[in-house]
Ligand binder design. Structure first.
Ligand code: WTA
Length: 636
């Protein structure tokens, strides 16, 4: 039992105090005590948040997979590491032991090497939620290659943008991926994406669905053919704590998605620490996080956090509505899941169905529930508490980001109190603060402002791949010397945080971050469209949805508006992915602009929300007349 895992609220406060008074000592003690290092670091922390430069445990040598796999072999080799639940409930689940995981990862690592992969290479992974996805991620880490997982719902264009940005040399994919009744033709999407990617030398293709695919000779190879020949022994590469572990793309307010870079040491330390503290995982627990490994939640809390803690982590290939709306609950019953971690959008969508889907299953094994990805509204929280937790389970509301690597603000299950709709208190080691619009820190406890973090923590992103300037500008310029999260938050008199949502042009749709500028760029590709403005508006299931205001080049094209709407949807689908499709499209004669020509998205956001009484002063606009027309035509 680690003294760094708080077991009571008093311990939480003691640890918090210790972590703030001497952060370096705190993290050094935890890192030294809890992990296998080849060599101890020289400096626990060196940083300058104005630049920013951040280094944790630099000079320390380790391999994260030894901490996630090898060190468990003597103590829990036969314990299930990954419990794989396939898309089709009639197919048998797989109980992959730590021993088996070790073999599979080593074989996969040797397979990657056989295809020419080396330490430092970027490897793109575009795969369905199969065990082989987990093996590939861990195999990259084992040989020191940098993984860049791209969610398998992204379009060919998005995939090729990400491959080109990171100059990946190898791509791992599958013939297709199951999603309920559908099959996503992953290899066909890859073939299209690779037309514009010159860096990829080899493509490794897993056979999952049996979908017919074309294989390009000299470039494409079947997983099973190379795998069969690979040895199951692979010495882990010795990595510096500050070597890159992975790149993961996230959408920003402007421009292309940002490749957030995480490093080996700090990320390992913090995902393990936060997993154990937040979920209070106990030996023997079955833990299930429903995220996809294509997102940070899957990286940190399906794979690295749980595996480094020696947990049994469930990996589900399918979707919550297949074959019916009871699937999640059936899986909990079947595998006697103790800890269940999901997103508010999934809760809302399941809550909208018939309660008999829930009540026909025995959920008695559950001890702890969790949510992540966006603010959870009170109604969804209560439904989750009453019907899934049966009033018995703490709900951890975990606030964090791709950029933070791990959970930052959350109650700790059964240790600190849950307060509906509040993420509550920062984990020990995390120092949040609220800033006002003038850039000053708000000193009073009860306050509302922009959420920043004022001191480094081990798993913070170190840079944006290939663009450190953008990293500095996006996160460290608004408030000097502090990391700016892009979120707004309220704090109550007891120091509990309630996240109010994004304060930038990122919209979270069904838990997926979407940059409005990226969607506008996609829409503007349409030859008949002059310009567009995209905003988010509240949606009962998705949390937020996309509303696009679109101006046509000529009013005469309005006759074709139905067709244009369909074309907008297919443009967005092909350039970004179906998740970014606008829910509503409104054609307008003009968009409200400032005198300097900037589109006033704030006004459009209010109109999309149906909140037209509080538009503020519009008389200073370049074209105030268009506002009334837009209100008249709005579909709310
Ligand atoms: C939002 C997901 C409220 C927030 C781990 C953040 C949340 C963005 C919560 C990051 C929460 C995440 N309560 N809002 N518990 N968790 N968010 O990078 O706006 O996909 O900035 O990381 O999701 O999304 P990302």
């Amino acid at each position: 039992m680690s003294r760094f895992v708080a077991k009571s609220i008093d311990q939480y406060h003691t640890l918090y105090k210790e972590s703030v008074e001497n952060p370096e000592k705190f993290w050094a003690a935890f890192a030294e005590q809890e992990f296998v290092w080849h060599k101890k670091w020289e400096n626990t922390l060196s940083f300058d948040l104005r630049k920013p430069t951040i280094q944790w445990f630099a000079g320390g040598k380790l391999n994260i997979t030894e901490n996630c796999i090898d060190r468990h072999l003597t103590t829990r080799g036969n314990q299930t590491a990954i419990l794989f639940e396939p898309n089709d409930p009639k197919d048998k689940p797989l109980h992959i032991s730590y021993q088996e995981l070790s073999k599979q990862v080593n074989k996969t690592a040797n397979m990657l090497k056989a295809l020419g992969a080396q330490k430092g290479d970027r490897i793109c992974i575009y795969m369905p939620m199969t065990p082989e996805l987990a093996y590939t991620v861990l195999a990259c880490a084992r040989i020191g290659a940098i993984h860049s997982v791209v969610f398998a719902g992204f379009s060919a264009q998005s995939l090729s943008d990400r491959i080109n940005d990171a100059q990946c040399s190898l791509l791992v994919t599958a013939d297709g991926g199951y999603r309920g009744q559908k099959i996503t033709p992953l290899k066909a999407i890859v073939d299209q994406a690779l037309i514009s990617c010159l860096s990829i030398r080899r493509v490794l293709v897993l056979q999952r669905t049996g979908l017919k695919v074309s294989m390009k000779s000299g470039r494409d190879v079947w997983w099973h053919e190379v795998f069969a020949k690979a040895s199951d022994a692979c010495v882990a590469e010795s990595m510096d704590a500050e070597d890159s572990l992975f790149i993961l793309y996230t959408s920003g307010s402007t421009g292309k998605p940002k490749g957030m870079v995480h490093t080996c040491g700090g990320y390992m330390v913090y995902t393990n620490y936060s997993f154990r503290n937040v979920f209070q995982y106990q030996e023997g627990d079955i833990y299930w996080c429903t995220a996809d490994i294509g997102w940070i939640t899957g990286h940190s809390y399906i794979l690295y956090g749980p595996l480094s803690a020696g947990a049994t982590t469930v990996m589900f290939e399918g979707i919550p509505s297949y074959p019916d709306m009871g699937r999640f609950w059936r899986i909990i019953e079947k595998h006697k899941v103790n800890i269940f971690y999901t997103a508010p959008t999934a809760i809302r969508s399941l809550a909208s169905g018939d309660l008999s889907w829930v009540h026909s299953h025995d959920l008695g094994s559950l001890k702890t529930l969790g949510t992540v990805g966006e603010p959870i509204n009170l109604e969804a929280w209560q439904w989750y508490n009453e019907h899934i937790g049966q009033g018995q389970c703490p709900i951890v509301d975990t606030w964090w980001q791709t950029e933070t690597g791990g959970i930052m603000i959350s109650n700790l299950a059964g240790v600190s109190k849950d307060i509906p709709t509040f993420a509550t208190l920062p984990l020990p080691g995390i120092q949040p603060c609220l800033m006002d619009e003038a850039g000053n820190e708000i000193a009073t406890l009860e306050a509302e402002g922009r959420l920043c973090i004022q001191f480094p923590w081990p798993s913070m992103a170190r840079t944006i791949y290939g663009n450190h300037q953008r990293f500095a500008d996006t996160y460290y310029r608004a408030f000097e010397g502090k990391y700016f999260t892009g979120d707004g938050a309220k704090r109550d008199k007891n120091g509990n945080y309630r996240i109010t949502g994004r304060v930038d042009d990122v919209v979270i749709v069904s838990g997926h971050n979407l940059g409005t500028a990226e969607i506008e760029n996609a829409i503007n590709e349409h030859p008949l469209i002059a310009e567009s403005a995209v905003v988010g508006y509240p949606h009962p299931i998705k949390g937020h949805a996309i509303y696009a205001f679109v101006t046509l080049r000529s009013p005469k094209h309005e006759d074709a508006s139905v067709g244009i709407k369909i074309e907008i949807n297919s443009l967005v689908t092909s350039l970004i992915g179906p998740i970014a499709k606008p829910e509503k499209i409104q054609f307008t004669a003009g968009l409200p602009k400032t005198r300097s020509g900037k589109i006033m998205r704030r006004i459009l956001r209010k109109i999309a929300e149906g909140n037209t009484e509080s538009l503020g002063d519009i008389s200073t606009l370049l074209n105030p007349d268009c506002v009334e027309q837009i209100i008249q035509g709005a579909s709310i």
